[in-house]
Ligand binder design. Structure first.
Ligand SMILES: [Cu+2]
Length: 147
């Protein structure tokens, strides 16, 4: 429990400087149902909201499909200003939804998680300026009803 608390403090401090980054105009990416501080049970359904741009699969020609991107979910992973233009790694902390998906279901063990949505271009590069949601912290409880 102590470790979880220390980790969440670490994420809070490292991401405070970039709490909310929005793209040009009204472009916004956001969690549709989850809110900061929510207590949930696994599996956790996460629905991605996007305003001001379109969703397109990874790999489409960006000269043909303009103002599009695909969603990425950062889990316990910092987003810093110098990541603009960089390719998002693909690992357990950086989930890509290159098929153009707008929702997912996470199987999470009980604990504290920081989640953030980040849009990236068809080549998985973070937009400049960065288009990302606020980071939210969710608390996954044990689901005792399944025991
Ligand atoms: Cu990607």
């Amino acid at each position: 429990m102590k470790i979880i608390l220390m980790m969440s403090l670490f994420w809070l401090t490292t991401t405070a400087a970039i709490a909310e980054v929005n793209g040009p105009g009204d472009t916004q990416v956001y969690f549709m149902h989850l809110q900061d501080g929510d207590e949930v049970t696994s599996p956790v359904k996460v629905v991605f909201g996007l305003k001001g741009m379109g969703v397109a699969p990874a790999g489409v020609d960006p000269t043909v499909f303009k103002h599009v991107g695909h969603h990425h979910l950062f889990i316990n992973s910092a987003l810093t200003a110098d990541m603009a233009g960089q390719v998002i790694p693909a690992d357990n902390n950086h989930l890509h939804f290159g098929g153009g998906q707008t929702e997912t279901t996470l199987n999470l063990k009980a604990g504290t998680y920081q989640l953030r949505l980040v849009l990236a271009d068809p080549y998985h590069r973070i937009h400049q300026p960065i288009i990302a949601s606020k980071a939210i912290t969710i608390y996954v409880r044990e689901d005792h009803y399944e025991d």
